[in-house]
Ligand binder design. Structure first.
Ligand code: FAD
Length: 595
């Protein structure tokens, strides 16, 4: 039995190592967790999929009826304590449930917005009375929730919201005026978390009920995809919001908005990976069925490339998601043991791993887009037909790069949050960065001959960490405050960081899986891990060169370019054969098989 090691803090993966025993693999699921997941799958298969066409035509009554059925099964309360009628499961189980719901297409949005951004603000920031008033009917599926942050003029710049709340003279209520846009579930929600400026500049959360005078809902948006998910504007005209419905503290609405998004981002990753697996599966099956030039199209190298690449991206991103999920889960337990309330523990844990959650949001949503795009391509003309699953999936996938913070905003956040943690002394980047600067001045040492699974890859990842510290250290030193205006460089830094996290997570999870299942049973996972690392090193080298060339010249540039060469040196693998090996395993099984 492996013992769990010290838990790494958020962002610390860049400067410290962790043990495979700290990451999550499917064998860690308990019997009870597997039962909850099986029940979720059963509900989706029997109740949602047969009615998918009606749901996608935006049959709101049907969506409400099915949400109520989910409530009756306990599936709206898996993240909520029993005292409010919930059926509290741990973080990892909730991620698995979210992943399973991906098969329900637009219904997953209705379910996710209700149980996530809709209800969680009340659980985390509500007082006892608010929780006991609002949560039980929402958990039962008798009422539904939505989250109103975005406005026509404030999207990414959410804190610049114009909706305002003015305290009445007698101090009994706030008068709420404003307009919210792109609100998921707005067509049928009864309870809204609304953000507004108190006294013009104190960004604050409120719980607002649909039936109150002055609340009105716009028409359904005509969207590119997720057509069965209700998205409307919400208007507030002189709405009297009782002071008891203030959520959290005045002027502290940003804490609600941003912390809810941290959890939303990792849950988005769970959802998009569920969707990606489904698309991979459909692509594999089509490649096995469709014949051209007298053979299955799956026998063509060009198609094998796509199938293997879909699976590799899914597998590696899932390893990273499971790693963060376990870290959040462990941190929650630690904070609870330290005497924090449930809300504080859950929020504190997600906030600690906000960097990792942002990485997962970006790489998960881009993995789904790859699977949808290349899955459609594998289907040729049939991919373009509305009669097949691929065309709507292609449209549905696209929203994930936009909401929960666009991928541009999330990439910048990963770097910004890392630098803030370093400035606050939560993570020491300076000492290792200085050591690397010295190392770059010295002759490269001859590589030591360590053997064993992933011994070479571990060395590569260690070098990628040095690459990140060398490039970002030199860039920050040179550009200082101006760096924030050089977004292209920030994007390069974010991608190097993210690639490191994904590569290392795959090594850790695959190593643990080999310890449990044996190497023979993990052949595909081992190949995909090495394949991903091989290509990631090339991508990181390009990001690093782009970043350095943006500002450095002369000797500085030459020295840093040599450093990049040194830290991205690797033996390029036969990626063609590796992809063929992965694709052949998938084609033989006729389904996505990796775990
Ligand atoms: C279907 C759907 C459902 C949604 N559901 C909800 C919901 O339930 N509740 C809710 O509150 N909101 C919801 N949203 C809103 C969503 O969160 C926003 O659309 C998103 O945050 C982006 O804001 P925006 O659309 O105003 O784009 P903008 O902020 O205008 O961004 C436009 C482009 O500029 C880029 N950009 C913006 N700022 C910067 C910057 N500083 N640096 C570099 N690039 C930048 C963006 O990345 C993007 O590419 C939903 C949106 C959609 C489409």
């Amino acid at each position: 039995m492996e013992t769990e090691q010290k838990i790494l803090m958020g962002g610390e993966f860049l400067v410290a190592e962790t043990d495979p025993s700290n990451v999550f693999i499917v064998e860690d699921l308990t019997e009870e967790q597997n039962m909850v997941i099986a029940m979720t799958n059963d509900f989706i298969e029997k109740r949602i999929i047969p009615q998918a066409e009606k749901i996608e035509s935006l049959d709101i009554d049907l969506t409400k009826k099915l949400l109520k059925e989910a409530g009756d099964l306990g599936l709206l309360g898996t993240a909520f304590p029993e005292e409010y009628g919930g059926f509290m499961q741990n973080f990892e189980t909730n991620m698995a449930i979210t992943s399973a719901f991906a098969a329900s297409r637009s219904f997953s949005l209705s379910h996710g917005a209700h149980t996530g951004i809709g209800m969680l603000p009340i659980l985390y920031f509500g007082n006892e009375e608010q929780k006991s008033t609002y949560l039980p009917p929402l958990i039962a599926g008798d009422k539904f929730a939505a989250y109103c942050l975005t406005e026509p003029t404030s999207g990414s710049d959410a804190l610049s919201a114009k909706t305002n709340a003015v305290l009445s003279e007698d101090g009994t209520h706030y008068k709420l005026n404003g307009q919210k846009m792109w609100i998921t579930n707005a067509g049928f929600a009864d309870v809204f978390t609304v953000f507004a400026q108190v006294d013009g500049d104190k960004f604050t959360g409120f719980i607002v009920e649909k039936n109150w005078e002055g609340v009105s809902i716009g028409a359904e948006e005509k969207k590119l995809g997720i057509k069965g998910s209700s998205t409307r504007q919400v208007f507030f005209e002189n709405v009297k919001v009782p002071t008891e419905n203030l959520l959290g503290e005045i002027g502290k609405g940003h804490k609600i908005a941003f912390n809810i998004l941290n959890i939303g981002r990792i849950k988005l990753c769970a959802g998009v990976l569920g969707g990606s697996k489904l698309l991979s599966q459909i692509s594999i099956q089509y490649a096995n069925e469709r014949k051209q030039f007298g053979v299955n199209i799956g026998s063509f190298g060009a198609i094998k490339y796509k199938l293997a690449e879909q699976a590799t991206r899914i597998y590696v991103t899932e390893c990273a998601m499971h790693r963060t999920g376990r870290d959040i889960s462990r941190m929650e337990h630690k904070l609870l043991a330290d005497g924090k309330s449930l809300g504080e523990a859950l929020l504190g844990a997600a906030e600690e791993y906000a960097i990792e959650c942002a990485i997962l949001k970006v790489y998960g949503s881009e993995c789904l887009d790859y699977c949808a795009d290349e899955g459609l391509q594998i289907h040729g003309g049939m991919g373009y037909s509305e009669e097949m699953y691929m065309a709507p999936s292609y449209r549905d996938a696209r929203i994930n790069r936009i909401f929960e913070g666009t991928n541009e905003i999330n990439r910048m956040l990963t770097v910004d949050m890392l630098l803030k943690r370093a400035m606050k002394g939560k993570i020491d980047l300076m000492t290792p960065a200085m050591a690397i600067k010295n190392e770059m001045m010295s002759m490269p040492s001859s590589s030591n001959s360590v053997t064993g699974l992933f011994s070479v890859e571990k060395g590569y990842i260690s070098n990628l960490k040095k690459l990140f510290l060398a490039v970002s250290g030199a860039t920050i030193q040179s550009l200082m405050q101006d760096l924030e205006h050089e977004q292209e460089i920030l994007m390069n830094m974010a991608d190097i960081m993210s690639e490191i996290y994904l590569c290392e997570s795959a090594v850790l999870a695959t190593t643990k899986a080999c310890n449990v299942r044996g190497e023979e049973a993990c052949k595909g996972e081992i190949t995909m891990t090495s394949l991903y690392i091989n290509d990631a090193i090339e991508r990181c080298a390009l990001h690093a060169k782009n970043a350095i060339s943006s500002w450095a010249d002369g000797d500085t540039k030459r020295m840093l370019m040599l450093g990049i060469k040194r830290f991205t040196k690797h033996e390029f693998l036969n990626t063609k054969n590796m992809r063929r090996e992965v694709a052949d395993m998938l084609l033989e099984a006729n389904e996505y098989i990796f775990k």
